[in-house]
Design a protein around this ligand. Sequence first.
Ligand SMILES: NC(=O)c1ccc[n+]([C@@H]2O[C@H](COP(=O)([O-])OP(=O)(O)OC[C@H]3O[C@@H](n4cnc5c(N)ncnc54)[C@H](O)[C@@H]3O)[C@@H](O)[C@H]2O)c1
Length: 292
Amino acid sequence: MSKGIQDLNGKLAVVTGAASGIGRALSIGLAAKGCNLALVDMDQAGLEALRAQIEGVQVTTHIADVGDRERMKVLADQVAAAHDGIHLLINNAGIGYEAAFPQTSLEAWDKVMGVNLWGVIHGCHFFMPHLAKVPRAHIVNLSSLFGVIGMAGQTAYCTSKFAVRGLSESLWEELRDTNIGLTVVHPGGVATNIMKRSEGDDPELLKRISSWFERNAIPPERAAAQIIGAIQSGKPRLMITKEAVFGDLVKRVFPVFGNKLMGDAVIKSIGLEDMRAKRLIQWKETMVDPCD
Ligand SMILES: NC(=O)c1ccc[n+]([C@@H]2O[C@H](COP(=O)([O-])OP(=O)(O)OC[C@H]3O[C@@H](n4cnc5c(N)ncnc54)[C@H](O)[C@@H]3O)[C@@H](O)[C@H]2O)c1
């Protein structure tokens, strides 16, 4: 099933969430290979700063919320009108949300699923007809290590990232005999703004996870280089960082116990043992009388 786009020179890549982190590093890396860009984000200042940094390729910027269906429909037409063919779609825009199930409001579920899952569905839905028109095209969907391992305190985020994986793995099969390849990416810790922007129910938890990221996460440029390599070789599945490679292996050998093993390792590595005890008390309090 290996397809990929070996020669990126003169192709057009649509990158969502381009203004920061992995999307930004990917945009710069793709431009260095001669790839033209349609940069999509809600952060106008971030998009303009990125555009100013890129030279030698055609760049258009587009303000859009990937969760907004009508906007995404129009966006696909706008990008198609501005460029000569669309070859690459990178569904990268995403948000973090750190809270256990009882502390995750239904509004928070809507928000996380709206960006992390519906954003990817909208991208695939509205851009696929355009990708079908060129000889060779490729889609990249950003899932996560937490799209492979279920993690306490990440219920909504994990759900959205498992769903992106399900969508992507189904598309592997549906796209098998077409001109479109697909890579689903499962990163571990990458040093971006995701934690600073993450919402959740506990500021202390966010602080400790951020501190882990500062000490352990890899630079976004390194993640971007691996993703570009996967686009060129047509690799269908990419685990980024050693914890993601290890976590994936453990989970495959021990599907249930492996989850606990990795969960315990994450809690220990971040230093969240006391939070686990606090969560249990919170859970009991929340669940005592759910009808109140
Ligand atoms: N950084 C990590 O450790 C890590 C790990 C696993 C997966 N990921 C995934 O990688 C992707 C990129 O994340 P990042 O770490 O670079 O984060 P980031 O916060 O640095 O960048 C995300 C970008 O997406 C944009 N964005 C957010 N919501 C949007 C929306 N509704 N519409 C359009 N743009 C929107 C933001 O403005 C921002 O520019 C995400 O899907 C994230 O879940 C990141």
